[in-house]
Design a protein around this ligand. Structure first.
Ligand code: FAD
Length: 370
């Protein structure tokens, strides 16, 4: 989110500085692991759809500007029982916004996507526009555009203090830097609670484990055959996965259900039991995957109580913009978030319909206009 905001502000001609505590495209936050699902028939809420349509246009535009593979449309399956939130919510968003989609029964899923073994009573919403984006490349692309357009960016320069008053912001860094600006965007991922000053958002950080399995045969998992998927299992457990990117391994995980942690306390060592839980869930559904684990990685979700993002003006300080709580589904939005954050920082508002993301909803005594 930070690199996208930096690129947008620089392109619009503003004088802008990005401060990052680690290196460019590091693997210690929430935006690593090679791929992120992108889709339009959004089961989480139809209000995201206009933002998604803009995000798709911006991903395509970004792909024209930098020589990096950023977005791949593989098609996507949202699977579950007909009454599941994943299926119902996807249909609702697709119907409300007139998005192209198909509802497939179990026989049709098996015929068209043989790697998937749904039960007879399971269905799927298939969306041809779904696919994945590449988070590390996306960050580098945004940084490249930002720097080319005149932005400044400092890495390994942690921010230690943000003080806002009377239309000015003073930002201090560990290295002793002091920067004065008219506005600051606080886009801190899992570290958000630390710098939000006298106002604390109710955020929780959840550990997530990514697993790459090496199947005996890779053919069923090539992107021409294997769509991205989210599968809602009984008990509202979700597993998801992405076709092979390296012609050898297939990434997948459980969505949520992770241990609560903090950004600084995150244990990056993955225990065998964590992987086993994922294998137990995925193997009956996609048996061709096998059980040979190639590698794992730990990542973090920063969750709000309702699972929707917290994006808007800080309720106490009109100088500060907050972009937090992306709740495990934010990355696909990053280019449009760049525009939204740039609007908020320069205009104090945006034409994008983001009222439902208003961070003030968590502090009703200080509701903020979005
Ligand atoms: C395993 C996993 C799978 C996911 N799958 C999907 C998916 O399929 N589709 C999807 O859309 N989303 C997905 N997400 C969610 C998505 O990746 C996140 O919502 C998104 O990356 C969050 O971006 P961010 O900019 O808020 O956080 P980050 O990328 O973590 O960026 C915050 C940055 O702020 C820096 N920072 C923090 N504090 C300071 C400080 N004091 N000084 C300087 N710098 C600081 C951090 O170092 C970090 O670089 C997934 C996330 C995970 C972990």
């Amino acid at each position: 989110m930070g690199s996208a905001a930096l690129a947008t502000l620089a392109r619009r001609g503003h004088s802008v500085l990005g401060l990052e505590q680690f290196t460019a495209g590091h693997v210690r936050g929430s935006s690593h692991g090679e791929s992120r699902i992108i889709r339009q028939a959004y089961f989480e809420h139809p209000d995201y759809v206009p933002l998604l349509l803009r995000a798709y246009a911006l991903w395509d535009a970004l792909s024209e500007q930098v020589p990096l593979p950023l977005i791949e449309r593989t098609g996507g399956l949202m699977l579950g029982s007909p009454a599941s939130e994943t299926v119902q919510g996807s249909i609702r968003s697709a119907e409300q916004w007139g998005l192209r989609h198909e509802v497939l029964d179990a026989a049709e899923i098996r015929r068209r996507f043989p790697a998937f073994r749904p039960q007879a009573d399971e269905v799927a919403v298939y969306e041809a526009e779904a696919g994945y984006v590449r988070p590390e490349a996306g960050i580098l692309a945004h940084l490249l555009l930002a720097l080319t357009a005149g932005a400044e960016a400092h890495f390994e320069d942690p921010v230690t203090g943000v003080h806002a008053s009377a239309g000015r912001v003073l930002v201090e860094t560990k290295a002793g830097g002091q920067y004065r600006a008219r506005r600051a965007i606080l886009s801190l991922g899992a570290w958000s609670s630390r710098l939000l000053d006298d106002w604390t958002l109710p955020l929780s950080v959840e550990r997530q484990v990514l697993t790459w399995i090496q199947p005996p045969r890779i053919d069923p998992f090539l992107l021409s055959r294997f769509p991205v998927y989210v599968w809602e299992l009984p008990g509202r457990v979700h597993i998801y996965g992405i076709p092979t990117l390296d012609q050898r391994t297939v990434k997948g995980s459980i969505h949520h259900q992770g241990q609560l942690t903090t950004a600084d306390a995150l244990d990056r060592t993955v225990a065998p039991s964590e992987v086993e839980r994922y294998l137990d869930l995925v193997t009956p559904k996609i048996p061709d995957l096998g059980q040979q684990v190639s590698r794992t990685s730990a990542c973090m979700y920063t969750n709000t109580p309702d699972g929707h993002f917290a994006v808007g003006m800080h309720p106490h300080h009109p100088e500060l913009v907050v972009a937090a709580g992306f709740s495990g589904h934010g990355y696909k939005f990053s280019p449009v978030m760049g525009e939204i954050l740039a609007d908020l920082a320069t205009e104090g508002g945006t034409d994008y319909p983001i009222g439902f993301l208003n961070p003030g909803r968590f502090s009703p005594e200080h509701p903020t206009p979005a």
